[in-house]
Design a protein around this ligand. Structure first.
Ligand SMILES: Cc1cc2nc3c(=O)[nH]c(=O)nc-3n(C[C@H](O)[C@H](O)[C@H](O)COP(=O)(O)OP(=O)(O)OC[C@H]3O[C@@H](n4cnc5c(N)ncnc54)[C@H](O)[C@@H]3O)c2cc1C
Ligand code: FES
Length: 275
């Protein structure tokens, strides 16, 4: 997606926080007033900054066709994200972007779609899931396997029920059995072969921890899904986000500009460090 606001790629623009929602003890959803000429697509990210702390890459979790605000789902991981977590409605976050490529969802028109998310990986996928629901008639069967470690770590629980009501075959799973959980148990990969989608012609969109992504891509491939149809995001340490500093360089590609979305075929072809 072309960014018409070139300045916004290099200089942060102040985006006022309209609302902050605690999703779990260490994950917050930020609703930011959208700057002018900010056009984005699912899969893209921003560099989110706070004066005196720094700048970090964060995926856009909202869907421009649906949400008025730009929504960022931020897990408190270290120095910068902790500083971001101290901000309140009325404060501002600096944002540069939108950056990176996007999910090639039009390739999946007429086909079944399987979403696989682990942990905070639901954040970038949420942007696409809501768009796919909006364009529901363009797709075949749609399924989502979303795994978390514990019930308290499940993000967007009410929204997942809304997705189910909109025809998504939903598997919510947590790693280990516990009494207060009525959905599924086990790793997301244990649920892949139970999905009633066509693996031979369908598409998969995967986001989550590296180990989960690797295992899911491998399993989907064994089930007959073409490597071109298996789409994932790669995380890398980033500084500039615009292909200049080299921090995210991996096997001939810049994750910030060539990615962060890649197919399994590309990852194998370029021998990129597995996501
Ligand atoms: C394209 C992209 C999209 C992302 N989207 C989101 C998102 O939607 N929500 C979210 O909460 N996080 C997201 N991340 C991860 C987020 O950028 C890191 O958690 C953040 O940079 C950590 O910064 P910090 O200063 O708080 O932590 P630091 O103090 O720098 O480090 C804390 C820990 O986080 C690790 N870390 C630092 N940078 C990264 C990184 N880029 N990727 C993975 N681990 C890192 C460090 O190795 C360390 O273990 C994304 C990363 C990328 C590359
Ligand atoms: S983050 Fe600087 S080149 Fe990608």
């Amino acid at each position: 997606m072309k960014n018409k606001n070139k300045k916004g790629l290099y200089l942060p623009v102040d985006a006022k926080i309209n609302d902050v929602i605690d999703l779990t003890p260490d994950v917050k959803l930020y609703k930011l007033r959208k700057p002018q000429s900010f056009f984005y697509s699912p899969g893209q990210f921003v560099m989110a900054s706070i004066w005196g702390a720094g700048e970090v890459p964060i995926s856009i979790t909202s869907t421009s066709e649906i949400h008025q605000d730009i929504e960022l789902c931020i897990r408190k991981a270290g120095f910068v994200t902790s500083a971001l977590h101290r901000l309140n409605p009325g404060d501002s976050i600096g944002i540069r972007g939108p950056l990176g490529n996007r999910f090639p969802f039009e390739d999946a028109y007429g086909k079944d779609v399987l979403f696989i998310a682990g942990g905070i990986g639901i954040a970038p996928l949420r942007s696409l899931i809501n768009l796919v629901i909006e364009k529901r008639k363009n797709f075949g069967k749609i399924a989502l396997i979303y795994g978390s470690k514990t019930p308290t770590e499940v993000l967007f629980m009410p929204e997942t029920q809304n997705w189910k009501e909109n025809g998504i075959d939903l598997t919510l799973t947590i790693d280990v059995e516990c009494k207060e959980w009525e959905c599924s148990f086990g790793l997301v990969t244990e649920h892949i072969n139970r999905q009633s989608i066509s693996f031979e012609s369908g598409y998969a969109f995967i986001c989550g921890p590296h180990v989960m992504i690797n295992a899911a891509m491998h399993d989907l491939s064994l089930l007959g899904m073409p490597a071109e149809n298996i789409i994932t995001t790669i995380e890398a340490h980033m500084k500039c986000g615009v292909g200049k500093c080299g921090h995210c360089y991996s096997d001939g590609r810049y994750v910030c500009t060539d990615g962060p979305v890649f197919s399994y075929a590309e990852i194998r072809e370029f021998g990129m460090a597995s996501p």
